[in-house]
Design a protein around this ligand. Structure first.
Ligand code: PRP
Ligand code: MG
Length: 212
């Protein structure tokens, strides 16, 4: 029997909520957090646990058919990938921040400065739209430490509760975009799997409605 293949975040903030929505849809998955792949007992579906940043490429390659992913990751790396459903959880902002002590007045303050980020494309596009040129220092995690160790003037990263900024003595100065978890679809999904996607979407819609 054909199964639809879904990617979910392997570990991190999206993982739990992603599995919870599948569960609320009546899709049971045996796992195994150590397993990178799991199969549903009661729905023709396979789950692949992947790193966030790798998911757009897996969708593009058709290695997975659908994914639960932060919209911010699609904006950064998967503008060609379509969204079937907005899922209403894992809401966050992608923002620019600087040390609390900085006397910040406008985006122009970033001109010629170094910005540490894991979202280079998003920052580049935002700065270009404002006519500001800055140097990007690309790092994959713990971005908020960069200004404290003299690596950058400011940072661009995800802000959710704001506690990471707070703990690192930073303040949010520009909100570049708002994001939430979405159900993304591979451009090359087969007709047969599209039918399975429709069933999942139907269930998701009623789960989201019940959650309101
Ligand atoms: C994410 C993100 C921010 C933080 C935002 O990092 O990169 O640092 O969460 O959340 P908050 O506003 O609620 O503090 P994460 O903890 O996932 O680790 P990483 O940056 O090392 O990937
Ligand atoms: Mg972080």
């Amino acid at each position: 029997m054909t199964k639809i293949r879904i990617a979910v975040q392997k570990s991190g903030r999206l993982n739990e909520d992603s599995l919870a929505i599948l569960k609320d849809c009546g899709i049971s998955i045996d796992n195994g957090k150590d397993q990178l792949k799991a199969t549903s007992r009661n729905f023709p579906l396979e789950v692949f646990y992947l790193r966030n940043g790798d998911i757009p490429q897996y969708l593009r390659d058709g290695v997975v058919d659908i994914a639960i992913i932060g919209e911010n990751v699609l904006i950064e790396k998967g503008k060609d990938i379509s969204i079937a459903e907005r899922l209403g959880f894992s809401k966050c902002r992608v923002s620019l921040a600087v040390p609390k002590g900085v006397n910040y007045s406008s985006i122009k303050d970033f001109e010629g400065k170094k910005i540490a980020t894991s979202y280079p494309n998003t920052v580049k596009e935002y700065l270009a739209s404002k006519g500001v040129a800055a140097d990007l220092h690309i790092i994959n995690g713990s971005v908020e430490i960069a200004p404290n160790i003299g690596l950058a003037y400011g940072i661009c990263d995800i802000v959710s509760s704001g506690s990471t900024l707070f703990k690192n003595n930073l303040k949010e100065v520009e909100v570049m975009l708002k994001s939430e978890a979405v159900l993304a679809v591979s451009p090359s999904i087969s007709e047969e799997r599209k039918e399975l996607l429709k069933k999942i979407q139907f269930r998701i819609k009623s789960v989201l409605q019940a959650r309101q």
